[in-house]
Design a protein around this ligand. Structure first.
Ligand SMILES: Cc1ncc(COP(=O)(O)O)c(C=O)c1O
Length: 336
């Protein structure tokens, strides 16, 4: 396979140069262990290997499957499963085989599951404002004590400020991040340990309180993060084929990139040189800026609004240099 024209559409493309620059920019901003890249954004061990080559040794995962795949790829040296897990048998088996997996816990039940499933290391997950997982900051010390009584090594605290990633202007994002991290540092004072793990692409340059940042989207990017003026380029696009054109000044075109190929929770995708009207299962309907400029059979590049769910719908990422396909990387961390 040599050119993108030969690909079956829809296909997920990654511009090699943009990816390389994103990895280098982040490695300069947060070198080595200051970044624990989150693999949920790309679910691809080939890409994770490039992040390791950029100097980052530990990784963040969201699912047991991601942890298993990272270990199988030889990337299991220091994995943080930044999520609550009740069925810990698979994680325990990986730990018994020599992988280093640290698990997030936020309740008596998750501490018990970790201890009973053979997990050895945990972080106390603290709610810093996002209504999702995480214990109240004032509960963190007691949970850490319980975990230690159960024989677990408590490596520190985690507190993901996900509700702040898109806050504008940036000064407001910085102020709210500081408030959130004050909660996390108060919890850390009660818990101890070497890790204060937090952050994402939107706060990576602002969160100076965490010992490590869990950013993931920065590598491939999406149009939602593209609105923030971050120093990362849009590397991911979806290649589609125009399958129908309805002519005239009010005309439109349809390509085969629908919501089954595209994470839509952050809104419509973008097609450069066109206005996207809407997506349905297998279709994106759009009006080209220049009526009549698009023909049936043309290829279009569709830019997703949210990288993580988009990548999770594809079997492979095609690393490209514009029209040339350089490599095919399996999205091998999919599933659960
Ligand atoms: C626990 C956790 N950490 C970090 C991130 C950072 O991701 P991003 O780089 O997309 O901001 C996420 C994303 O949702 C997350 O859930």
């Amino acid at each position: 396979m040599h050119t993108v024209d030969e690909l079956v559409t829809p296909a997920a493309l990654v511009e090699a140069r943009a990816l390389e620059e994103n990895l280098a920019t982040m490695a300069a901003a947060l070198p080595g262990e200051r970044l624990r890249p989150h693999v949920k954004a790309h679910k691809c061990t080939e890409l994770a290997k490039r992040q390791r080559a950029a100097g980052h040794r530990g990784f963040t995962c969201a699912t047991v499957r991601e942890v298993e795949g990272m270990v199988a790829a030889g990337l299991g040296g220091d994995l943080l499963l930044a999520n609550e897990v009740l069925d810990t048998r698979r994680v325990g088996a990986l730990v018994a085989d020599g992988a280093r997996v640290t698990l997030a816990v936020d309740s008596v039940a998750t501490v018990a599951a970790a201890a009973e499933g053979g997990v050895r290391e945990v972080v106390i997950d603290v709610n810093v404002g996002l209504p999702r997982c995480g214990c109240a900051p004032e509960r963190a010390g007691a949970l850490a004590r319980l975990a230690r009584e159960r024989g677990l090594d408590v490596r520190g605290v985690m507190g993901y400020e996900g509700h702040l990633m898109m806050v504008q202007p940036v000064e407001e994002r910085a102020r709210l991040t500081e408030d959130a991290m004050k909660l996390l540092l108060a919890a850390h004072a009660d818990v101890g340990g070497e890790l204060v793990t937090a952050g994402g692409t939107g706060t990576h340059a602002l969160n100076t309180w965490a010992t490590e940042i869990q950013a993931g989207s920065y590598a491939l990017m999406d149009t939602a993060y593209g609105t923030l003026g971050l120093p990362f380029a849009q590397a991911l696009s979806l290649l589609g084929t125009v399958i129908s054109v309805t002519g005239g000044d009010q005309g439109w075109a349809v390509a085969d990139v629908g919501l089954k190929a595209l994470g839509m929770d952050h809104g419509n995708p973008t097609i450069p040189g066109a206005a996207v009207w809407y997506c349905s299962d297998e279709h994106v309907t759009f009006a080209p800026d220049a009526p009549g400029s698009v023909r049936v059979g043309d290829r279009v590049r569709v830019l997703p609004a949210h990288v993580d769910p988009t990548v999770a719908m594809h079997e492979a990422l095609y690393l490209v240099d514009s029209e040339r396909v350089l490599e095919r990387w399996p999205v091998d961390l999919r599933g659960w």
